[in-house]
Design a protein around this ligand. Sequence first.
Ligand code: ZN
Ligand code: ZN
Ligand code: FE
Length: 743
Amino acid sequence: MISVTGLVQGVGFRPFVYRLARKYNLKGWVVNRTDGLSIKIEGPSSVIPSFIEDLKNTAPMVSQVEEIKVLKAKIEGLSDFVILASLDNSEETSEISPDIAVCPECLADMKMQSNRINYPFINCTHCGPRFTIIQDFPYDRKKTTMAPFIMCDQCREEYKNIMDRRFHAQPVACNQCGPVYTLHTPDHEFHDFMEILQETSSIIATGGILAVKGTGGFHLMCDAQNEEAVSRLRTSKKREGKPFAVMFRDVESVKQFIALSEEEEKALISWMRPIVILKSLNQPAYSISSGLNTMGVFLPYMPWHYLFFEKSGLPAVVLTSGNLAGEPILIDNKQALALMPGVADGVLTYNRDIYNRTDDSVVRIMGGRECVVRRSRGFVPSAVKIHLDVRGILATEAELSNSFCLGKRNRAYLSQFIGDLKNQETMAFFEETVARFLKIFRIQPSMVAADLHPDYLSTRYARTLGLELIEVQHHHAHVASCMAENRLDEPVIGLAFDGSGYGDDGNTWGSEFLVCDYHGYTRQNHFAYMPMPGGDRAAEEPWRMGLSLLYQAFGDQLYDLDIPLLKAMDLKKARLITEAIAKSINTPLTSGAGRLFDAVSGITGICVNSVFHAEAPMKLESAIRCDIRDFYDFSLVPEISFIPAIRQICRDLQQGVTPDIISSRFHNTIVEASFQAVQKINRDTGIKKIILTGGTFQNKYLFESLERKLRKNNFATFSHEKIPCNDGGLALGQLVVAAVKRS
Ligand code: ZN
Ligand code: ZN
Ligand code: FE
């Protein structure tokens, strides 16, 4: 008897085992169980080791075998090798595969197989939709949104033929029997697929906008090289400056705009097909990234994407999530139809439901490694295996870019990216997804972990569950998340840099140097507190933090400065703000690294008014020149103060030093100050393991420079790869802290 655990269902593992058994002429059976796979084999003992070797080493690309256990069993004298029907035999479940980009064999079949010529829902056991169509477990067609489609004779033959690549491929379908597209335009409905291809190509080629149903939700699409279309999409989506993702026809087309590193190319063509954030000075249209020197790029992953590019001949299209600002991505055909005519000139739907909504995932290559920044399609719901028993714990995360986490034995299941819970629809999506995860993974929670912030909607939700509640400090959770991902369990120096998190002194934290383990933390240092004029509004309006830092540096003399921020401002309004700071009216204190970056972005005039989340720090990062090595002054005690740097920045500005040089020097200052602060903590504690976590470390320059500097000085640094460093990975940290408190 062989038991296999890991991601082995819905990935063609059983037929793979069957073919292996045939290769070695073994008898027996294989069965899907909710906790993995069981295999019984009978045959000459000489070939069994090779069978097990092959089982480990030649498994399907998407599967992730965690453990293979071999036990001796009674010989029954079986005469054949068979695949048995699934047993729903325990409360334990195995892994569910994420959605997989269409595979090369299927793309070839789309040109050759008579029943699948140009069939846009072609798939096989190696590719196609999974998580997005699964309603329950174990994974079988009747528990997916493919259930209403009755297989035709030909598909059934393939489905039943063990030697066929579509053997037991649950979403198997063809032109005769499977889902179909419909194109809706204001005056017509198209059902013929070739007409649909023609029509969609001409709508996009003539500058139109389409809503297109994707794997995990609707996209809005337009020609990436048509400046007018891109701007119109921006206006109609009410998405002022936030960068759009661009899907290119193929790697060659990407290379016409961007020099790709090996790692970037690998990420682009991986079966997860994430959006990869790439440096690109040359973009198809200016308003794609409006002034940023990066662009989110991805490649086709649905058969329709390939057919569309082939038909239209375009090199690139903007493909952005089809939602209105703040709301979750649309999955419902009827709701999508309402996008026409205001937002879209046509809506392309298909008649299979999306059950689990997913956004496109986003990755960035940092320090030569692929780091997930937004974790959704292609990654969810893969488990994160950790070294602690986290069973029965639900962690609800924070609020702005929520994704929760559920524990089962030593696995953490992070949900897909949910979004900002302050939006009502998003909150409903959150609650619905929690319920679905509990059901699919057969988890009965006994404990809930939440953020220390009393007003976060996720914390309030946690309180309503009537379970034992553990509240975890935000930055402690960030560090714990990174420790868990790296399977560390010892005291570390954790640097958690982000925009904001509730501190245990009631202030807003966000540049924390913690010495901690899972049990607790001590706050060793942080960036000095800055008044946040107007409270939360300061996070949206960088000029507010700019004034705050200027006031700290110069007092009322700031008005004598000749700098871009003051030129861009209504001085009467500015004076009201500095008076409020002087009198401490509505000016809560923050140590948020994000706010310091906002301030410098504002002072230098790089971003005085921001229109989307984190625009000011992103633009500041975009301005960096890598050949600048020097840095400004700062002080390390009692906290890390950058007021000396602010004074030098203003001096530079008045002497005509350009913002790109100032931005570089400022970033170098943060690196140098952080490094020196770490050195001091190391002298006091002897700890050499350093964690770099928090959303601020999405800043590639900052992350790579600090990592390099620490490593050069013999520190061991740890950061995130599979889990976002931003709040999207926070729930994992809450989960492990709660687990340790329980035991
Ligand atoms: Zn395939
Ligand atoms: Zn068929
Ligand atoms: Fe955070």
